[in-house]
Design a protein around this ligand. Structure first.
Ligand SMILES: Cc1cc2nc3c(=O)[nH]c(=O)nc-3n(C[C@H](O)[C@H](O)[C@H](O)COP(=O)(O)OP(=O)(O)OC[C@H]3O[C@@H](n4cnc5c(N)ncnc54)[C@H](O)[C@@H]3O)c2cc1C
Length: 484
């Protein structure tokens, strides 16, 4: 075999540990490895990428570049407006640095797949071999199929199939470790920009999400050592720091799904489907993440702004800009909703229970199109991820796969009482309610108008019972069989 030089293209996999494409690129090369990352500002804007996520990516690229340099691999940066423009500069780089092969880990969104198909075609036309790898999931999305070779559309049977497949082939979940060190650097690393035009970064938010694999791993280790056993009992309470907060690291690939899974399995004496409830529940959440990626492949319409359940496209959503503004600004008059939206604004992340509450409030009580909420979340979240975000929004709006039944609508007051009983979380993010008594915080209709005026807090913008009734009535106009 002739000696080869590989080009490894980083995307949502900003790490050296357990990176299948990097690992193979370093193993197969005998004339060195070059790494590349493409910054695509216009595409990122079109995809509603949040400035805090852009900042997180840039800071992680810096760490990645340093880690690669230790392996004698230079990270080059190219910048193109959109994915459509990537092929040219990537090809140029491969030719300039005499690369014989291009390696990358697969992505599953529609635009990303189109980009990858175009790049692959161009490289193969140049005689450059292209190899792609499964990275974001243990099982390649679409690989696990029903008995009739269909796509799973319900989570529980998907999870059972995942467990069966993993039981048969546990090696699929084994992390790969670090890539082989190269004997020589092929080129010098590029400077990593600290800003991308069009994305204004707030440095106080940045500090909350330290970059780098070491930080991701210590978050994982801390979670496994201190929190995983009580995860099932604490995960729904936003004032308790009971979840891993690894989502930004998983979304940008600073840590791998396999590394997280392996740590949970070790903590569970080698088991994955049985054992302490906290561990099994956390593994189930990682499988939810895979489930939504699997849905992207089976039903690409969900990444093209379409409902999973086509019948729900006939819903006549409200058009109130005033209500949308109140929701965005955390001024709906429902303290739990407002506290959640202010958490998102302040730290670029929101607790899962709260994501469900605010998504259901927007789509059912305000009866605004779930796509507005989905887009706003992407514009704010440090962990913005199309599959999980779309899955979560379509779950709440009852338009999605394995979604909440349309008639089961959260009562924000009951959710507040149940999941923030002492209103510790609410008072932290809605300080104007600091001196309002607990019963009124959970049921804001009890706060006298004079008090609302003096603390400058709005009256509830809609009535829960009335809006619940009209949302159910709207869904009932759709034919039942279309909703399944
Ligand atoms: C409306 C809505 C929007 C959401 N948008 C996103 C998003 O853009 N990006 C994102 O990563 N998650 C999203 N989620 C899922 C979930 O809220 C977050 O993954 C979770 O809150 C992250 O916190 P954590 O890392 O502490 O999670 P943990 O509870 O520690 O869970 C571990 C990991 O499992 C994955 N996970 C957990 N729950 C889910 C879930 N329901 N669906 C898919 N993956 C899950 C995440 O990668 C998470 O980091 C959304 C959920 C809803 C209801």
């Amino acid at each position: 075999m002739r000696p080869i030089r590989t080009l490894i293209w980083f995307r949502n996999d900003l790490r050296v540990d357990d990176n299948p494409a990097l690992n193979a690129a370093a193993r197969h090369a005998d004339r060195g490895v070059v790494a590349v990352y493409a910054i695509c500002p216009k595409q990122w804007q079109d995809h509603d990428m949040a400035p805090i996520k852009v900042d997180f990516i840039l800071r992680n690229l810096k760490k990645l570049s340093a880690a690669l340099e230790k392996k004698n691999i230079a990270l080059k940066i190219i910048e193109t407006a959109t994915f459509n423009d990537v092929t040219g500069p990537l090809r140029l780089l491969a030719n300039e640095l005499a690369c014989d092969a291009l390696y990358f880990n697969r992505e599953y969104e529609v635009n990303e797949r189109r980009r990858d198909a175009a790049v692959t075609e161009a490289f193969e036309a140049d005689g450059i071999e292209v190899q792609t790898f499964t990275d974001q999931c243990v099982f390649e999305p679409g690989e696990l199929r029903t008995g009739a070779n269909g796509f799973y559309t319900i989570y529980t049977p998907f999870k059972r199939a995942w467990f069966r497949a993993f039981d048969e082939d546990p090696d699929r979940g084994k992390p790969l470790g670090l890539p082989k060190k190269q004997s020589d650097m092929v080129s010098q690393p590029d400077e990593i920009p600290t800003h991308v035009k069009g994305f204004d970064i707030d440095p106080t938010k940045s500090k909350l999400w330290p970059a780098g694999e070491r930080n991701a791993k210590s978050r994982l280790n801390r979670f496994i050592a201190q929190k995983i056993n009580s995860y099932k009992d604490t995960r729904d309470y936003p004032m308790i720091d009971g979840t891993s907060t690894l989502s930004p690291y998983l979304a940008s690939g600073v840590i791998s799904q396999r590394r997280c899974l392996a740590a949970a399995i070790v903590a569970n004496a080698g088991q994955f489907a049985t054992g302490p409830e906290g561990v099994v529940q956390w593994i189930s959440e990682l499988i939810w993440r895979e489930f939504y990626k699997h849905i992207l492949i089976g039903f690409p319409r969900v990444s093209m702004h379409k409902a999973f359940k086509p019948a729900t496209e006939h819903l006549d959503w409200n058009q109130s800009a005033k209500h949308f503004q109140a929701w965005r600004d955390g001024k709906t008059g429902y303290p739990i909703v407002d506290a959640a939206m202010r958490q998102l604004a302040q730290i670029g992340w929101m607790h899962n229970r709260l994501r469900m509450i605010v998504a259901m409030f927007l789509s059912k009580n305000l009866f605004l199109d779930w796509r507005c909420g989905e887009q706003f979340f992407m514009q704010q979240l440090v962990d913005g991820d199309l599959s999980a975000n779309n899955g979560g929004w379509q779950w709440a709006a009852s338009t999605g796969t394995d979604a909440a039944p349309y008639f089961r609508i959260f009562n924000p007051c009951a959710q507040s009482k149940r999941f923030d009983p002492d209103a510790v979380f609410i008072r932290r993010f809605v300080p104007e309610l600091a001196h309002v008594d607990i019963a009124a915080i959970h049921d804001p209709s009890r706060i006298p108008d004079t008090m609302l005026k003096s603390i400058d807090y709005p009256k509830p913008i809609v009535d829960h019972a009335a809006t619940r009734r009209s949302a159910i009535a709207a869904f009932k106009t759709l034919k039942d069989e279309q909703l399944r």
